[in-house]
Design a protein around this ligand. Structure first.
Ligand code: BG6
Length: 489
């Protein structure tokens, strides 16, 4: 669907997200000819910069993040779309230049992208409203973190909701923009094959891992007040869980999909103080080696509080109380400074009931479906197959679908896709307010428990798969994380 003309306003326009992700994403869509000729990007920032000074910053800070092949004409055309507006987002008296800059034409869609700390969301929406800028043809995009607990998330929903209708609010979770996440929808609901098996009778467990080799780097100010549970699990991991576990929605329309996801979030088994201690492991990285390079511990990173007890790793055994999923463990895990950088979902099926071969049932690897989000995008279905030769020996073999190999069409990064969706008015890949609150509701007892509890995260060496307790968590159910269970060659 072609885009109609728009003014995209980036609050936090000179910040890290705009420079690293948003402007490069818009550039990529521009040279792909997706943007209408007169579409503009209005970058709002506090600095008292001239247009030329801002463009010089874009050149030095944002351009290096562009992955598309350099294209001098394309770049020159792109920066003509950019307008810099200096204002103090919290001061209503400074909104005049933004009013001036925006086109007063109802046919031009307005998008306000709030790439700012969440405590500013309410005030910015209020200021936009008072300046007469919250028109019916405008949309607002909220970047994570969307609150730091249930109360603050509710507050954001309430305050933003006073100015914008729910259908105008786009809550971003960039994991939903990843190619493979949508491929998971295609896999589940575009094929007949998996749906009959996609339930407790045939699935033994599901593992969802987002592991990163990187540490906290220069984001300590934010990260130390957040931690892995708030930064990754409450949003990205739970969204992936929803897509894996949801009932078939009646269509791909925003509310059909979001209703189905909400049902999963509301069916997550609540933790009690006892089950919390048994089903959650939190860790913090110590010094170690990543890719053969020595790296410091979390507490030695720049600006780290000496005795920080912020978790950089979390593993959780979750359960979904529904007919489809009762009793199936969903193991969720994420961490920084891990042995590898990857994001994947592993759906493991049950063991065959009886072996007709001269091999015990226990020698059969249960079938598994591995859905890889990154670094490469694809899926593999692990099956038992006969090894060539005379004897009837069975061994695990992989049926591999590499999306890059299969479809040679150019890729789109998550932000490119999500920005296009906002500009098109397509809400399916964005979280609805009630989903956000349901996710926080489930996470809240964990946060409360950690707050009251004086135990601290378990140390793990950088460059490993996290604390040994995470292996014990899954091991208690007689299972292993995928990397622990990989057959030796
Ligand atoms: C962000 C987190 O939401 O996701 C970061 O704040 C994390 O801490 C990042 O590094 C991971 O995203 P991706 O797309 O690189 O896997």
């Amino acid at each position: 669907m072609a885009l109609t003309d728009f003014d995209l306003v980036l609050f936090g326009g000179s910040g890290d997200l705009s420079m690293r992700k948003l402007l490069p994403a818009m550039f990529a869509r521009d040279i792909a000819n997706d943007l209408p000729a007169s579409a503009r990007i209005i970058c709002v920032g506090r600095h008292d910069w001239s247009q030329e000074e801002f463009l010089a910053t874009v050149e030095s800070t944002s351009k290096p993040h562009i992955k598309t092949a350099p294209n001098a004409n394309g770049w020159a055309k792109f920066i003509q779309r950019i307008v810099y507006v200096s204002l103090n987002a919290t001061d209503p008296a400074t909104y005049g230049p933004l009013v001036e800059a925006l086109r007063k034409d109802d046919a031009v869609t307005r998008v306000y992208y709030l790439a700012t700390p969440p405590h500013l969301f309410a005030q910015i929406c209020d200021n936009l409203d008072n300046a007469g800028l919250a028109t019916p043809n405008s949309r607002v995009v909220l970047e994570k973190p969307l609150g730091r607990d249930l109360a603050s998330a509710k507050q954001i929903n309430l305050e933003v909701g006073k100015v914008f209708a729910e259908s105008q609010i786009y809550r971003i979770d960039h994991y939903l923009g990843k190619e493979t996440v949508q491929n998971l929808l295609a896999l589940r609901f575009g094929n007949i094959l998996f749906e009959p098996l996609w339930r407790r009778e045939w699935i033994s467990d599901v593992q969802i891992t987002i592991a990163e080799k990187i540490g906290v780097g220069n984001r300590m100010g934010y990260y130390d007040t957040s931690g892995a549970l708030r930064d990754m699990l409450q949003n990205h991991l739970l969204q992936l869980l929803c897509i894996v576990a949801m009932e078939p929605p009646t269509s791909i329309s925003p509310d059909a999909v979001r209703d189905a996801k909400l049902q999963v979030l509301r069916s997550l088994k609540r933790f009690t103080p006892t089950t919390l201690a048994q089903n959650i492991v939190r860790g913090q990285y110590r010094a170690g080696h990543v890719d053969g390079k020595a790296v410091p511990s979390y507490r030695e990173e720049p600006d780290a509080p000496q005795k920080s007890s912020t978790e950089t790793f979390v593993a959780i055994k979750a359960e979904i109380d529904t007919w489809r999923w009762a009793g199936v463990p969903f193991y969720l895990r994420t961490g920084k400074r891990m042995a590898d950088s990857l994001a994947e979902i592993v759906v493991r099926f049950k063991q065959i009931p009886h072996s007709i071969f001269n091999q015990p049932t226990s020698s059969f690897q249960p079938n598994s479906l591995v859905i890889r989000l990154q670094p490469d995008e694809g899926l593999s279905l692990n099956l038992m197959a006969k090894t060539p030769g005379d004897s009837m020996r069975l061994k695990q073999a992989e049926l591999e679908l590499d999306f890059r190999e299969q479809f040679k069409t150019p890729r789109m990064d998550a932000y490119e896709r999500l920005l296009l969706d906002v500009l098109r008015g397509q809400l399916t890949l964005f979280m609805r307010g009630d989903e956000l609150e349901a996710a926080w509701e489930w996470v809240e007892p964990i946060l409360d428990h950690w707050e009251e509890d004086d135990s601290v995260p378990i140390p793990y060496s950088a460059g490993t798969w996290g604390p040994a307790a995470a292996s014990a968590l899954i091991g208690r159910d007689g299972l292993q994380w995928r990397e622990e269970a990989l057959p030796e060659d």
